[in-house]
Write a protein that binds this ligand. Structure first.
Ligand SMILES: NC(=O)C1=CN([C@@H]2O[C@H](COP(=O)(O)OP(=O)(O)OC[C@H]3O[C@@H](n4cnc5c(N)ncnc54)[C@H](OP(=O)(O)O)[C@@H]3O)[C@@H](O)[C@H]2O)C=CC1
Ligand SMILES: O=C(CO)COP(=O)(O)O
Length: 428
């Protein structure tokens, strides 16, 4: 854990772009920077930032990550930034949102050249974090990376971002309903490290985001500032904890699984936060289904659950992950646990059932409430937006848990009886 104080400057205000030269000077950066952007973010803020810096006598190099379709945070993008670096570059400035931030964050961590971010959309909570989810060999994996030395969000730029990027930021934060719950249940069942203080900060970010929702539709600058503040606070919680645990649970694993499928099938890549928002509704439904059971019902289900053999497991992974199966098999001993370990986990679940049930009843809302929140800001709330049908859901829920090692509601369902729980949740 760290105190998150390494980020030297966070400036979210109208015309904040004009503060960048002074921020650079205060960090001892005086001569040469590399701006990394794409054609949209260059138009949104990169071009003006470049002029502002040249006007203050900075030598400004430009790395434009242009693509025919969506820019993907992959090996090619990382390579392009690396090859744009010259010895004279003192700092990289990422101008963009999640994808560009992650690419530069990763390069910064490898080259030790510091970076700052000029955000162009309040679309996700990774500006302050020190992790970088990248697509490597087609598999979405989160790498340890680094934090930016400064975050600048000019609210005039942020409010002009496409509205679906604004609702995307909202969806990413709504996901904290379940990421926080997954973290809590894991702390009980797997004894994973848990920080009440960091969880409370993340919860605060969730409350601020809900507060901001009242005036998001009108793109009110104050509401955009509040949403951006909530996104940064959530990122700081990840930075303090040292990984994305507070902010990413089953809803994110489901989103990552769908994204990987979108990319491998050449389908439209829906935004991260849109997927997270929709999948939060599903994860909340799972919580409500699982914790509507009493201890005796759980015990009965545990004894009746169908055991998946290692062969069946491997076959399921091959069918669903295709060429990316090897990425799952690398960690197979984590994903495919023996029945002795399962039994120990089941015992802890039963022992702590009532405590967890109480906690969930106080902290996890109904899926109707999540639906209302998403609908209110006109964020997508239904799987049909992602081109999915109810009949696709079971497969996605069964397999997304193998995206990450983390213990989530999906793994709790697996420990009880995933087949029956998914059927119950999908039916409701
Ligand atoms: N590091 C972390 O902790 C976190 C990382 N993430 C990651 O972030 C990524 C998603 O980021 P997200 O921000 O949603 O999407 P992207 O960064 O992929 O943004 C989509 C596209 O929107 C365009 N765009 C951005 N700002 C503007 C603007 N002001 N005006 C017009 N167009 C604009 C860009 O141009 P163009 O269309 O030309 O590409 C951009 O590529 C995911 O990969 C996710 O995993 C998410 C949360 C946390
Ligand atoms: O998207 C994130 C938090 O919103 C980062 O989480 P991951 O580690 O799951 O990529």
């Amino acid at each position: 854990m760290n105190d998150g104080m390494q980020i030297k400057e966070i400036q979210i205000s109208s015309n904040a772009l004009y503060d960048v030269p002074d921020i650079l000077n205060s960090l001892g950066i005086k001569y040469c920077v590399l701006i990394v952007c794409d054609k949209n973010t260059y138009k949104a803020a990169g071009s003006l930032l470049r002029d502002i810096l040249i006007d203050k006598n900075f030598d400004v190099l430009l790395c434009m990550l242009n693509r025919e379709g969506n820019l993907v945070p992959d090996e090619r993008a990382v390579g392009e930034v690396l090859t744009s670096l010259e010895n004279k570059v003192e700092m990289m400035i990422a101008v963009g949102s999640g994808t560009i931030n992650d690419i530069v964050k990763f390069v910064s961590s490898k080259t030790k050249i510091p970076y700052g971010i000029v955000a162009t959309a309040p679309s996700m909570d990774g500006y302050a974090s020190s992790v970088s989810p990248l697509i490597v060999n087609g598999f979405k994996r989160t790498y340890d990376a680094t934090y930016p030395l400064f975050i600048v969000g000019d609210t005039k730029v942020l409010k002009d971002a496409p509205y679906d990027m604004i609702t995307s930021g909202f969806g990413d934060i709504i996901g904290k309903f379940t990421s926080l719950s997954d973290w809590y249940i894991s702390s009980i069942i797997t004894k994973e490290d848990y920080s009440k203080e960091i969880a409370e900060d993340t919860r605060k970010s969730l409350n601020e985001c809900i507060e901001a929702s009242k005036n998001l539709k009108s793109k009110d600058e104050k509401a955009i500032k509040k949403l951006m503040g909530a996104l940064i606070l959530s990122g700081l919680s990840m930075l303090k904890f040292g990984n994305s645990r507070p902010a990413s649970g089953a809803e994110h694993h489901l989103s990552h699984f769908i994204e990987m499928k979108e990319l491998s099938n050449g389908e439209i890549r829906h935004s991260h936060g849109a997927k997270v928002g929709i999948m939060t509704k599903i994860s909340v439904k799972l919580y409500n289904t699982v914790f509507s059971l009493d201890k005796d019902e759980v015990k009965k289900m545990m004894t009746e659950r169908k055991y998946e053999t290692r062969e069946e497991f491997e076959c399921r992974i091959r069918e669903n992950f295709g060429p990316m199966s090897d990425e799952v098999f690398k960690d197979i001993d984590h994903y495919y646990i023996n029945e002795k370990l399962r039994k120990a986990r089941q015992e802890r679940i039963l022992k702590n059932w009532d405590t967890m049930k109480n906690w969930v009843s106080e902290n996890v809302p109904s899926s109707d409430y999540v639906d209302e929140l998403l609908n209110y800001v006109e964020a997508p709330s239904d799987i049909s937006y992602l081109g999915l049908q109810k009949s696709d859901l079971k497969n996605i829920l069964l397999n997304a848990k193998e995206m990450r090692k983390r213990y989530t509601i999906l793994r709790l369902a697996e420990d009880i009886d995933i087949d029956r729980i998914l059927d119950l949740a999908i039916k409701n």
